[in-house]
Design a protein around this ligand. Structure first.
Ligand SMILES: [Zn+2]
Length: 123
């Protein structure tokens, strides 16, 4: 019997379950200044503050290109759905818009736009 117990209580680490982030909420921003998209994770337990019948999240978002600060205040209901939001210095993106823009950028090789310098014809 000891053998079966060992067998059943065996190693559970080998499971290849897809990781689902149950404690995080994701928000998507785009910097007004340089156009960089930023994805920010808020922890439901540590970052969101209880307020009324929902939550509020205060955050200063900084992109990785121009490092300009985007001040945001997001209100959520108790299903973690955004009910209102304020953002200074950037724009909100939906997850779909963010992923579409990222996919498009990758398809293009994510290169900065070519600045075509016209050769001056002064001959
Ligand atoms: Zn920026």
């Amino acid at each position: 019997m000891g053998f079966f117990k060992r067998l059943l209580g065996g190693d559970k680490k080998g499971k290849s379950q897809r990781y689902i982030d149950m404690t995080g909420v994701y928000f998507y921003f785009q910097c007004d200044n340089c156009g960089t998209r930023v994805r920010v994770r808020a922890d439901k337990q540590h970052d969101l503050l209880s307020e009324g019948d929902g939550y509020v999240w205060h955050k200063t978002v900084v992109d990785s290109k121009c490092f300009r600060r985007m001040q945001t205040v997001i209100h959520l209901d108790h299903h973690y759905q955004v009910t209102s939001c304020e953002l200074h210095g950037g724009q909100f993106l939906t997850q779909a818009a963010y992923e579409a823009a990222e996919a498009a950028a990758q398809a293009k090789g994510d290169q900065p736009p070519d600045e075509q310098e016209e050769a001056s014809e002064s001959e």
